[in-house]
Design a protein around this ligand. Structure first.
Ligand SMILES: *[C@@H]1O[C@H](CO)[C@@H](O)[C@H](O)[C@H]1NC(C)=O
Ligand SMILES: *[C@@H]1O[C@H](CO)[C@@H](O)[C@H](O)[C@H]1NC(C)=O
Ligand SMILES: *[C@@H]1O[C@H](CO)[C@@H](O)[C@H](O)[C@H]1NC(C)=O
Ligand SMILES: *[C@@H]1O[C@H](CO)[C@@H](O)[C@H](O)[C@H]1NC(C)=O
Ligand SMILES: *[C@@H]1O[C@H](CO)[C@@H](O)[C@H](O)[C@H]1NC(C)=O
Ligand SMILES: *[C@@H]1O[C@H](CO)[C@@H](O)[C@H](O)[C@H]1NC(C)=O
Ligand SMILES: *[C@@H]1O[C@H](CO)[C@@H](O)[C@H](O)[C@H]1NC(C)=O
Ligand SMILES: *[C@@H]1O[C@H](CO)[C@@H](O)[C@H](O)[C@H]1NC(C)=O
Length: 736
């Protein structure tokens, strides 16, 4: 899903380039900043006036005019238009944790649930409809069949949310708000929680959409569309707009959702590169959500496949990468010589006959100054309409389809560079994307005859799908900010996901595409995230008292293992593995953690006692006291950053809580990495439990002198096994 940011970024860029003298004459040297002040101990009204007084102190009389948003519920702070000098002054004021520029953050089914082994008929709790999922996204299309409230009772008693503007809630969508602190709306945008983009409708229905039979995209992948928890309620927080999702609005949504009483927050958006923890609104907001027992699930983002590209870094967030399997939808191209080439795309069109086939490199628009070395890539306006009209064209790149369509082509065969192509999408004309080997075969055929022809067939299911792997676009670890925490945490399906779509949102971004569809198939970690949110909610329906960390542990330790042969960046691509909903219901043991554990980690990461006090609102404890209580964060995965040729001697303390059988004996199984000289040990290696809720601790030690670490990542695993449950944690040693 691509939301357009370029326009806004260009405008900001121009402002930065203006000479100082011009800037000073207007307010254009003010930029939006978030002033974050941690946990809130005051009441609403006094906090608000306190913020204004603070701003007055640095800005003067115009303070009110420059104030955008005040946060005064579970945490406090404000956003305002500030100059650099004012930022400096505010940063030094007492109680201020961080001051950071607002950013324009990016937005990052049917068969996907069956593929995960989570059938329609799974056991469901009668309390599923008491669960409320908060969706931070582009809004929602309430008339979609995925959100009708047939058979729903009134909202759960704990619910305190509201429905804004002229948006009419029902008993399925029980809350709907929108946030745009700067008040600047694109004319194409709806000033309400209603979704004109499609992204938010899609993600909400993946997490908690009703069961809708016979859902399909223009006849493709027909099946049952449903969310992970189809009976759960949805609360909509629209924070993402055409320009992206602004920091101050995201923070407002966290504040509102925590106060409203949601159970799980799903955020298919985030920073495109990792930030320092207190400059990351997703990390800040989700910390305060965690304090109130709410788990935040976030997409790892779509900046892969390079290392350190994930923007989702906080240990209390569940960060989700996108997995897929080999093309489950193929689009065959039949050539005039009878050869069939299986490409990929989402192609609902049926061509009536064979058409002449040409190579884009042979048909440049010479009068416009193009030659074959440009037109072969189907660059906009580079094609000669007279030669392209009514034909199928072979391009040496992936295009939007628009240049071929504008030149009058009947269909387009595009070429993708890698071994797989995951960002398959819809086009306004018949398209099949082929790999370079296949493209060469087609090109040879074109050269071999005076009269080459082809037909692009409608996409069809490929039932020969193999094991899941991580999509190349999915953002990778290691964690750039907190190196001791492995990210992403796990993966879930994120390629060609079918889910609800607003009829007003075009299915391609091509101007003039007016096809209205109730369901659409799109790809991204944005689509993976709500799969996990849905299952997190599913777990919560059966275990209402579990902490966010417990739910997160259940999802991670039961994830299906993935192959490092396909993804050589291993855990930095897939974390603990691929979501396994049924196993996640019965984890056996959990790695629990609470606020103190997270704070202790922050102390070890070098955050000051003063910052920690602001964050938690506990004004007495110091880092040294907190670190005495807990040392290691009780995280369900292990990571050891090291140096080439360094002696490794690390140990980790962990504590597991029994949530499986009352009396059980777990044995530790170590999967040793395939590197000589690396030794992983567990002490004790047998845990005997006598009752549910019992906690037992153990120590994992990793020792090695790695002589020659060719591979930048070496992985093993610890699995606690009682014969019924396999509680698996990856152990990763890497050279950053
Ligand atoms: C569903 O619930 C029933 C009754 O509680 C139980 O016997 C059965 O094992 C459950 N099935 C699954 C797949 O969890
Ligand atoms: C009602 O919603 C429409 C969009 O559906 C919007 O254009 C209009 O401004 C809204 N009216 C109010 C009063 O919010
Ligand atoms: C084609 O055009 C490009 C750019 O206009 C130029 O650099 C290149 O030399 C041209 N190639 C041929 C074969 O004329
Ligand atoms: C070539 O490009 C020019 C300029 O864009 C356009 O006016 C003309 O119609 C094109 N010719 C053909 C044959 O496509
Ligand atoms: C070229 O192909 C078309 C369509 O398949 C066919 O009708 C025509 O006879 C062919 N011409 C030659 C010279 O092969
Ligand atoms: C399935 O895929 C495997 C591996 O790519 C291939 O060898 C096999 O021929 C395929 N089977 C079918 C029925 O397409
Ligand atoms: C902070 O400390 C002061 C005294 O040092 C105390 O009166 C106040 O209640 C404390 N606040 C909180 C939230 O603990
Ligand atoms: C693990 O716990 C033991 C006992 O509580 C403690 O002595 C040791 O220092 C801890 N080790 C680490 C690495 O935290």
């Amino acid at each position: 899903m691509a939301i357009q940011h370029s326009l806004i970024f260009n405008i900001c860029f121009l402002l930065l380039l203006l000479p100082k003298s011009i800037q000073a004459e207007s307010d254009s040297n003010r930029k939006v900043y978030v002033v974050y002040m941690g946990h809130n101990a005051r009441d609403d009204a006094s906090t608000s006036s306190f913020h204004l007084r603070m701003l007055q102190e640095v800005v003067g009389r115009d303070a009110k005019k420059h104030m955008l948003q005040r946060y005064s519920k579970s945490f406090h702070g404000f956003s305002a238009r500030l100059t650099e000098e004012e930022v400096k002054k505010l940063s030094g004021m007492e109680g201020v944790v961080s001051v950071f520029p607002s950013k324009s953050n990016k937005l990052a089914t049917a068969s996907s649930w069956d593929f995960l082994g989570f059938p329609l008929t799974v056991n469901r709790s009668t309390t599923e409809s008491d669960i409320i999922i908060g969706v931070f996204d582009t809004g929602i299309w309430p008339e979609s069949a995925s959100f009708t409230d047939l058979g729903y009772g009134p909202p759960p008693a704990k619910w305190k949310g509201i429905c804004e503007a002229n948006f009419t809630c029902n008993n399925k969508i029980i809350g709907a708000r929108y946030f745009k602190a700067d008040g600047i709306y694109d004319p194409k945008e709806l000033k309400s929680p209603r979704d004109s983009d499609g992204h938010g409708t899609h993600t909400a229905s993946t997490a908690a959409g009703n069961v809708v039979r016979n859902a399909n995209l223009l006849g493709l992948q027909s099946g049952i569309a449903r969310g992970g928890v189809p009976r759960a309620r949805i609360a909509v927080y629209k924070v993402c707009w055409i320009e992206g999702c602004r920091s101050e609005d995201v923070l407002s949504a966290f504040e509102a959702a925590i106060a409203d009483g949601v159970d799980i927050i799903t955020v298919s958006a985030g920073l495109t590169s990792a930030e320092e923890l207190f400059n990351d609104v997703y990390a800040i907001g989700s910390f305060h959500a965690m304090q109130k027992g709410i788990l935040t699930v976030q997409s790892a983002m779509n900046e892969g496949p390079m290392p350190q590209t994930t923007g989702s870094i906080a240990p209390w967030i569940l960060s989700v990468g996108a997995s897929t399997k080999n093309p489950d939808l193929i689009t065959p191209v039949r050539l005039g010589n009878g050869i069939v080439v299986n490409g990929v795309s989402i192609n609902p069109f049926t061509l009536d006959r064979m058409y002449p086939l040409i190579y884009a490199g042979d048909v440049p628009n010479i009068t416009a100054g193009f030659n074959g070395s440009i037109s072969r890539f189907c660059v906009p306006n580079s094609l000669d309409k007279n030669l392209v009209k009514g034909k199928i064209i072979l391009c040496d790149a992936i295009s939007t389809g628009e240049p071929e369509m504008l030149a009058g082509a009947v269909g387009s065969i595009m070429t993708y560079p890698g071994p797989y192509f995951e960002l398959v999408r819809s086009y306004t004309l018949p398209v099949s994307a082929v790999n370079s080997e296949q493209a060469i075969r087609i090109a040879r055929y074109i050269q071999s005859t005076r009269n080459a022809t082809a037909i692009i067939m409608k996409s069809e299911d490929d039932n020969n799908a193999t094991r899941p792997y991580v999509a190349s676009f999915s953002s990778r670890g290691p964690n750039p900010t907190i190196t001791s925490i492995l990210k992403p945490d796990l993966t879930a399906p994120g390629v060609r996901i079918l889910a609800a779509w607003p009829p007003v949102a075009p299915i391609t971004e091509v101007e003039g595409d007016r096809r209205a569809v109730p369901f659409n198939m799109i790809s991204g970690t944005s689509m993976a995230c709500p799969h996990v949110s849905g299952i997190a909610a599913y777990i919560k329906t059966f275990n209402p008292t579990w902490s966010p960390a417990a739910i997160k542990s259940a999802l991670m330790t039961t994830a299906s293992t993935m192959s490092a042969r396909i993804n050589t960046d291993a855990e930095f691509a897939y974390g603990a593995g691929n979501l396994n909903p049924i196993k996640a219901m019965k984890p056996g043991l959990i790695y629990d953690a609470d606020e103190v554990d997270y704070v202790s980690l922050l102390c070890q990461e070098g955050y000051s006692s003063q910052h920690i006090r602001s964050l938690t609102g506990d004004n007495s404890s110091s880092c040294s006291q907190i670190m005495e209580q807990t040392k290691d964060l009780n995280y369900p995965s292990f990571v050891i950053p090291t140096l080439r040729k360094k002696v490794i001697d690390s140990s980790f303390n962990r504590t597991v809580t029994n949530v499986g059988s009352a009396t059980s004996t777990y044995r530790a199984f170590i999967t040793q990495p395939l590197v000589s000289g690396l030794r992983i040990q567990v002490e004790p290696n047998v845990l005997r439990f006598q009752h549910i809720g019992q906690k037992l601790s153990f120590k994992v030690s990793v020792q090695a002198t790695i002589q020659n670490l060719d591979n930048p990542i070496v992985s093993g695993a610890l699995t606690w096994d009682d014969g019924l449950h396999q509680v698996r944690s990856p152990i990763v040693v890497h050279v950053p």
